[in-house]
Design a protein around this ligand. Structure first.
Ligand code: NAP
Length: 309
């Protein structure tokens, strides 16, 4: 029974991501032009994959894209120059600087250099501030996608207890703001939270974004809760995989055989399936929506920059 729910949600995330991209494509086909500039610095293989997926999504929906791949040796000043030149170009609607940046670069200064009107990742302090004030313009893609998923699945938000584990700028904090804006009673947990399970067990909606494979166990989850697993962790140890995936472990071990590792979220999927009412799978859940929301944000930037609502 729980496994059926697990599979169903996995399908819904894929369908919803496709629906969001189709809506963007329809507007582009209708004549709205949009362009996303993606900037990547260095050779981090995960970043290369993320940027490639974003460029591919642009191609799918008809958004023009530019990929600026800079060497690891790029200086702060050179990157700032590129961001400023993209800010100045009228044909560029959205600017995305893939994080993390190499250590030598001042990430905060680069994010703050992006024109807030082109900040399709929603990381600029102007956009973070507007979200905190309840007047969002560009909202970070992952939490924005989660809100779309909750709405699509008809999950009640108003008045419920919501708990967000993790307080990053890109997921945890904006997620909490979005839930608060929709009248949930929100608790934010982090690495210093005392007795985490006793807090998370009060949550009707539990969002986890900590970056620790399978950390959230059955004991953390209120029976019937909606659990949103943002984590993306690579695991390859067979014992860990058996502990995390239960009856699905063999399938995952085959993936490890082929690719060297399998993806797991921050929630232990086999234990959560016993307790949660709904659970986003990893892969196939939140990650799919993140890219779709980037397309939506880029379209929004193009519209706003042309004075359209
Ligand atoms: P991050 O910046 O590394 O922050 C991690 C947060 O988790 C911090 O706030 C930290 O608390 C908290 N934390 C760490 N250990 C904890 C523990 N034992 N108990 C409670 N809280 C703990 O994380 P992030 O960038 O938000 O990413 C989190 C995960 O989501 C990663 O696996 C990442 O790959 C994934 N992610 C996925 C997508 C997607 O599209 N699916 C998008 C973004 C991120 P402190 O603040 O106290 O240190």
């Amino acid at each position: 029974m729980q496994l059926a729910i697990f599979m169903m949600i996995k399908l819904e995330a894929a369908q919803l991501a496709a629906k969001i991209k189709e809506a963007v494509k329809a507007e582009i086909d209708g004549g709205l032009r949009a362009c996303l500039a993606a900037v990547r610095v260095g050779d981090d293989p995960a970043s290369a994959v993320y940027v490639r997926n974003k460029i591919k999504a642009c191609e799918e929906v008809g958004i023009r894209s530019e990929h600026h791949a800079l060497p690891e040796s790029t200086s702060n000043a050179e990157l700032l120059d590129l961001v400023r030149s993209l800010n100045a170009r009228d044909d560029v609607d959205g600017i995305l600087v893939q994080l993390p940046l190499p250590r030598a670069i001042n990430e905060t200064a680069i994010i703050e250099a992006i024109d807030p009107a082109k900040d399709v990742d929603g990381f600029h302090p102007v956009n973070a501030g507007k979200l905190a004030m309840g007047r969002p313009v560009f909202v970070p893609c992952t939490p924005a996608g989660i809100m779309e998923l909750l709405d699509d699945r008809g999950v009640e938000i108003r008045g419920v207890n919501a708990c967000v584990v993790g307080r990053s700028q890109i997921v945890g904090r904006p997620m909490a703001q979005l839930l608060l804006q929709r009248d949930a009673t929100v608790t934010i947990c982090h690495s210093r939270t005392r007795d985490l399970p006793s807090v998370t067990r009060t949550a009707d909606i539990l969002v986890v974004a900590i970056g620790r494979a399978g950390f959230i166990r059955g004991e953390h989850i209120k029976p019937g809760a909606t659990v949103i697993d943002v984590g993306m962790n690579r695991v390859s140890d067979p014992d860990e995989i058996r502990m995390l995936f239960g009856s699905e472990a063999e399938k995952r071990l085959e993936v490890v055989e082929k690719r060297g590792a399998t993806l797991v979220g921050d929630v232990n999927p086999s234990e959560a399936a016993e307790v949660a009412g709904m659970l986003t799978p990893v892969p196939g859940g939140v990650g799919l929506l993140t890219v779709a929301m980037l397309m939506k944000n880029t379209l929004k930037a193009a519209r706003l920059r042309r004075g359209l609502s």
